[in-house]
Ligand binder design. Structure first.
Ligand SMILES: O=C1O[C@H](COP(=O)(O)O)[C@@H](O)[C@H](O)[C@H]1O
Length: 232
């Protein structure tokens, strides 16, 4: 039986993004106030664009906030498919311009070769992570835990921070934070927009096979609190 996540449904994406941006900003500032620094892990793809823009304007102590990605496509950071590019253009702007950002992509040719260096570059991030914002694909993947990939098992069982993934149903080799890394977090948000995502989310609650629905690795666990923010 899956533990119920907190599920919040909003009438509009605007309302969702506004509430979520406020929550994240509040939790990051609380972390800075109580521990001197904060960590924020964000996802890429199309869903979080507006959320990033709102968040970038929040008046918090961004210079003490460490930001990285839950996953990255192994492409140059100025290419259109780069999650880093999305973060640089939309989140690391305005007041958030002086946050401490580390991307996951490095100069190695493949994520397999680059993984160790990426893990090292995240070594000074405050752990447990303070806030993690995840997305979900319509195949049930979150981070780059793709059900189609032969590396899924490693991403879900490895005790390392990062893992390489080569999806067969999505473009680009990937680097992803592992399940172990993601679940060592004070707060996880799952940001879902659109009825297709709601259908997949409901399917994931019923399908006990995490290999078919990797999002279950986040939903069916008791280590980290998960709040689902949904709008059609
Ligand atoms: O490829 C990815 O997909 C998921 C979902 O993306 P969306 O475009 O449907 O929002 C995303 O969470 C992940 O970070 C990204 O690399």
């Amino acid at each position: 039986m899956i533990k119920e996540s907190v599920f919040k449904s909003f009438d509009s994406t605007n309302e969702l993004e506004s509430v979520l941006a406020d929550k994240i900003a509040g939790q990051l500032q609380d972390a800075v106030d109580s521990r001197g620094k904060a960590s924020l892990i964000v996802s890429g793809g199309s869903t979080p664009l507006k959320l990033f823009q709102l968040l970038s304007k929040k008046a918090i102590d961004w210079s003490e906030v460490y930001i990285t990605l839950a996953d990255e496509r192994w492409v140059e950071s100025d290419e259109k498919d780069s999650n880093e590019r999305l973060v640089r253009e939309n989140l690391l702007q305005n007041r958030a311009a002086n946050a401490k950002f580390r991307g996951l992509k490095n100069m190695f040719a493949t994520p397999e070769q680059g993984c160790a260096m990426t893990s090292e570059s995240l070594a000074n991030f405050p752990r447990p992570f303070d806030v993690v914002v995840l997305g979900m694909g319509t195949d049930g993947h979150t981070c780059s835990w793709f059900p189609c990939s032969k590396e899924l098992d490693n991403a879900l069982t490895s005790k390392e921070l990062c893992a390489a993934v080569n999806p067969t149903t999505a473009p680009h080799p990937r680097i992803t934070l592992t399940q172990d890394a993601i679940l060592a977090s004070r707060q996880i948000y799952l940001h879902l927009v659109g009825e297709a995502k709601l259908t997949v989310y409901k399917k994931a609650l019923l399908n006990e096979n995490v290999k078919e629905m990797p999002i279950r690795a986040v939903l069916a666990q008791r280590k980290a609190p998960v709040d689902v923010f949904y709008s059609a």
